[in-house]
Design a protein around this ligand. Structure first.
Ligand SMILES: Cc1cc2nc3c(=O)[nH]c(=O)nc-3n(C[C@H](O)[C@H](O)[C@H](O)COP(=O)(O)OP(=O)(O)OC[C@H]3O[C@@H](n4cnc5c(N)ncnc54)[C@H](O)[C@@H]3O)c2cc1C
Length: 374
């Protein structure tokens, strides 16, 4: 379980043939300055894991069409655009062209759903309890990980996996359209997976985590190749290292851009909390897209949902660091984000937890483990 998860978090290269992975690094990677006194912020968010996979389906209720669109686990940013295209097909089947629709929420799934609907000619009003940066999506790490905590193994039959693959590919394509922009919402970075054990050694899982399917081989071609490095080919104090290339999201810039684009296309944003499904009946729009993420667990009483707590810490930005680093077996991921050197680490009891209190000791421990590599 854990092993699969860490592979998904950046070890695309691990599944690929070494012979095909030959390229030289442009220069020696700059050392990360990692110490607890450089932590400038800690964010906690909840991944909306749904054992059956994301819910993307329509129902008639309260005289309206409700399109449910939630439950993207640890893959929401990665799958967002492809998933939004699936939800759009349900919208188009029930709404008149150009009609104003409601989208509930202001996270990754909600904003990309709203933009996709606007681009298809719909007017959109967003209703949300909270907006960035006070949404769970704002706490995300920012790696393209479409296979992270997205479905439990026993649910992922061939039809489901094929649908997932189509969603991942469609999403990947749209993300590429956000490259090269001044604020850098989407960027490609080299990265290293380092380990003190063999890469084939299975790692212990976290408490309560289900078995996840190995979906990566279906999209291996979308990830540029990496390779195993010899001892002299990397500067890290670790027994083994592999180099890969990875799509990275600068989350604050991406969110801001989506909000700006949404407003520019005459989108409206209303602050409102829905306490029960019946509250949807009071909206003037005939079609409502419910993108409440983990909020759907209590709002709809969806018992298939499990909250998965996650914590990210930002260290003072280090623009000279342009690579990602995954310390396999030590449960640490570091990303060269523009808003800081981002450190993500999973807590032992985070699966099933919706505790939003920051745990500074957890981030400090992760920073210290990372520091041993330099
Ligand atoms: C620590 C962490 C790291 C992650 N890393 C990655 C990563 O690297 N790559 C990746 O692809 N994904 C990652 N994810 C997963 C990704 O962030 C989620 O899948 C995604 O945020 C889900 O987006 P969402 O819009 O469904 O939910 P949310 O961001 O939770 O948005 C839900 C919206 O609905 C609103 N809402 C909820 N309930 C109500 C209500 N009752 N009434 C009114 N409004 C309501 C909220 O206010 C909010 O605006 C990570 C998540 C976490 C927590």
């Amino acid at each position: 379980m854990q092993r699969r998860h860490l592979l998904a978090a950046g070890g695309a290269a691990l599944a690929l043939p070494a012979a095909a992975l030959d390229f030289a690094p442009p220069r020696a990677p700059a050392a990360m300055r990692v110490s607890p006194d450089r932590i400038i912020d800690i964010a906690v968010g909840i991944r909306p894991f749904r054992a059956q996979g994301p819910r993307i389906e329509a129902e008639r209720r309260f005289g309206k069409t409700l399109v449910h669109h939630y439950g993207h686990g640890g893959s929401g940013w990665s799958l967002s655009w492809g998933s939004a295209q699936r939800a759009l097909a349900l919208v188009q089947a029930a709404a008149k062209p150009g009609e104003r629709i409601a989208v509930i929420g202001c996270g990754a799934i909600d904003l990309t759903t709203a933009r996709t609907a606007q681009q298809a000619g719909f007017k959109v009003r967003l209703y949300a309890k909270d907006r960035p940066p006070r949404v769970h999506s704002s706490a995300a790490t920012g790696l393209w990980t479409p296979d992270s905590r997205i479905v439990a193994s026993e649910q992922a039959g061939e039809a489901w996996a094929a649908g997932w693959e189509a969603m991942a590919r469609a999403s990947f394509k749209v993300h590429q359209g956000y490259l090269g922009l001044p604020s850098g919402p989407v960027e490609w970075h080299d990265g290293y997976v380092v380990s003190n054990e063999g890469f084939d050694t299975a790692l212990p899982g976290h408490v309560g985590e289900p078995d996840y399917p190995d979906l990566h081989p279906r999209i291996a071609d979308l990830r540029p190749l990496g390779k195993a490095l010899e001892a002299g080919e990397h500067p890290f104090r670790a027994g083994q290292a592999r180099r890969f290339t990875q799509l990275v999201f600068n989350i604050p810039a991406y969110q801001r851009l989506l909000l700006d684009d949404f407003a520019r296309d005459c989108g409206e944003l209303v602050q409102r909390e829905f306490r029960q499904p019946r509250d949807f009946a009071r909206l003037p729009e005939r079609l409502v897209v419910n993108c409440t993420g983990d909020g759907a667990r209590t709002l709809l009483g969806d018992t298939g949902m499990t909250p998965v707590r996650g914590q990210t810490a930002r260290l003072i930005p280090q623009p000279e660091v342009d690579y990602a680093l995954i310390y396999r077996g030590q449960n640490v991921v570091a990303l060269p984000r523009r808003d800081g050197l981002l450190i993500a680490a999973m807590g032992e009891h985070d699966f099933g937890s919706d505790d939003l209190r920051p745990d500074r000791a957890q981030s400090e421990d992760a920073v210290r483990r990372l520091a041993t590599l330099f």
